[in-house]
Design a protein around this ligand. Structure first.
Ligand SMILES: [Zn+2]
Length: 83
């Protein structure tokens, strides 16, 4: 059985583009509303985007290929910092 062994210690950590912190909380996501008119099925639906939140500065990032992309979300009155 062919197996690829990856030495995790040799891989670079992805870091927060804002503060350089390598730790992220992953229990974060946003839901995008896809209107029926733009939906391939013709029905409105939600698209879930799994995100990471920097453990240090709280920046929300979206993993994309080999980089972490900062996601700027316009928050209204919802503040989800429970700390
Ligand atoms: Zn950060």
């Amino acid at each position: 059985m062919a197996q690829v062994h990856i030495n995790l210690n040799a891989l670079k950590n992805a870091e927060c583009p804002q503060c350089g912190c390598p730790f992220f909380e992953t229990d974060v996501c946003i839901y995008k509303k896809l209107p029926a008119i733009e939906s391939p099925t013709g029905k409105a639906q939600m698209i879930r985007l799994a995100l990471g939140r920097c453990a240090d500065c709280g920046l929300i990032v979206l993993p994309k290929e080999d980089t972490l992309q900062a996601v700027s979300i316009e928050r209204t009155d919802v503040e989800q910092d429970e700390a």
